[in-house]
Design a protein around this ligand. Sequence first.
Ligand SMILES: Cc1ncc(COP(=O)(O)O)c(C=O)c1O
Length: 391
Amino acid sequence: MPHNFDEIIDRRNTGSFKWHYSDDTIPLWVADMDFKAAEPILTAIEQIVQHGILGYTVPTEPLYQAIIDWHGSRYGLWLDKQDILFSPGVVPSLVLLMKVFTEVGDAVLINDPIYTPFMTKVLDNKRKLVTSALKEVEGKYRLDLDDIEAKIVEHKVTLYLFCNPHNPGGRVWTLNELKALLSICKKHNVAIVSDEIHQDLTLSGYQFTPLLTLAEAAGYAHKVVSLTSMTKTFNIAGIKGSMIFAKDRALLRKISKQQRLSDEHELNLFAYAAMRSAYEEGGDWLAQALDYIEANIDLTVQFLEKHLPKIKVMRPEASYLIWLDCSAYFDDDQALYDALREAKVELSAGIKYGREGHLKMRINVACPEAVLREGLNRVYSALNSNENPKA
Ligand SMILES: Cc1ncc(COP(=O)(O)O)c(C=O)c1O
């Protein structure tokens, strides 16, 4: 069924984190789409409400099967039911896995730039934060494998919190990159937690490889965990809910035990229902959403090339988030963010994703085209008249 992605739905005064303004500012920041959820998901939720009983609920066999089929048929990640654990969110799982693999004071490696909680959760949980900057080569980020290995050795890293597809920058790491990474981590006995929440937003021409599909062959499944969720894919983040996958029985027992310390192994009944219907029946909505997103990415790239040609645009391989280098226009991160806010458009400030985000902005283009066009006009008015004197 064709979905109307052009529909503009007013999200103000709904408690929306994204639309938090009292004026008509356009939010092109947090990774939340302005599209109505897929019909089958809404129907599944309505059915629960109609039924009227909202009691304790556990995952059902059809739910496990839906998760298994989705990941197996799309990515060749064939899971057994026992390989799947549930968690309220990917960020809570990052913290959980940090507790499984490390002790207070241990060194945890991340890349820079990276989705902010990777940094804050390591520090909040009193682990030592070690960063390896991504290298920009021909307009794309690359893993600096030499630097990663050097940092692992220098800081005695025990855990690597990895992001694939990467946020921000949108890289879908290739098979070869993943194999090289696994081999370095195995050599130095470093556990890897791979945040794969953006997996289903892989854009045409790219192939997402779950790290777990390589871990077993590398004889390293006991040290690899992947985290993913239906919430980002299907724009149902307010429902909360995610999955933890691993392929090693002893590791799964350890994770499960850690989860039960704080009783964090269950989801609410709406999340289970949304997850099942998303994976059973959401494929059509997702395909249409990705087409719409690709068109919005094209529109944005063309607009910026024409009107703000000094912005360096990193075209994503996955997701609806585009990484923009605005250093030709501004020389101060706060001034850049403020100028955009003054023009009544909000983007995510790159500096929040680490030092490598200096003078970068992340723009979210998952909104109706008309909203995006107006947002881009505002970006133009904020940046056009400015020039970085040092650039
Ligand atoms: C890489 C990455 N991981 C995790 C999350 C959030 O996951 P959750 O809401 O399940 O905690 C996001 C949200 O933008 C993200 O981009």
